[in-house]
Design a protein around this ligand. Structure first.
Ligand code: GAR
Length: 191
């Protein structure tokens, strides 16, 4: 069975979407471990399904966080999913798991990516730039920030008078679909 390790920092709604697809047998995969770099609601979600969960608080590990995570990722993992994971992974980590790490980003990369661009900040920047369209991207992780090969994107309209929260919710619905589609694509290519 295709094995996923998920790294999270927050609510874990993208993780939930992957769990739901697996439960419904829409995705031939299993989640071997969920790791969070902070206290996060996503850990509770995963715990409910009996998925092994670990909290490695970034405040305790600082620069060694990636090394510690490396130690606990099961060796038989096929894919590392960054599902709203906000810490930066070390070069060693990315090299070891090259082409086997994907990230979900809440904009149409290459626009509104890079250092400091995460979560609500992305949607605020899109509104400030008066864009008519936004969306989400799933991409492979390379040594840059939000620069790896793009696996898929989905677009949404930016509506007049949108707040950042409204835009975030609209994008998030598409993220939930795109993340499952992207993993399915990777599994299919591996067969
Ligand atoms: C998602 O919108 C994801 O795209 C974003 O964090 C949110 C996590 O939501 N990720 C980034 O901004 C990474 N640069 P979730 O915890 O509910 O899945």
């Amino acid at each position: 069975m295709f094995k996923i390790a998920a790294l999270i920092s927050g609510g874990g709604s993208n993780l939930q979407s992957v769990i739901d697809a697996i439960e419904k047998k829409d995705l031939p995969a299993e989640i071997g471990i969920v790791i969070s770099d902070r206290e996060a609601a996503g850990l509770e979600r995963a715990g409910k399904y009996g998925i092994p969960c670990r909290l490695l608080n970034r405040k305790d590990y600082g620069n060694t966080l990636s090394d510690e995570i490396l130690k606990i990722i099961p060796a038989d993992t096929d894919l590392i999913l960054l599902a709203g994971y906000l810490s930066i992974l070390s070069r060693e980590f990315i090299e070891k798991w090259q082409r086997r790490i994907i990230n979900i980003h809440p904009s149409l990369l290459p626009d509104f990516g890079g250092k400091g661009m995460y979560g609500m900040k992305v949607h605020q920047a899109v509104l400030q730039a008066s864009r008519k369209e936004s969306g989400c991207t799933v991409h492979y992780v390379d040594s840059g920030i939000d620069t790896g090969n793009i696996l898929g994107q989905k677009t949404v309209p930016v509506l007049p008078d949108d707040t950042a929260e409204q835009l975030q919710n609209r994008v998030l619905i598409q993220e939930h679909i795109l993340v499952v589609e992207s993993i399915r694509k990777i599994i299919k290519n591996k067969q």
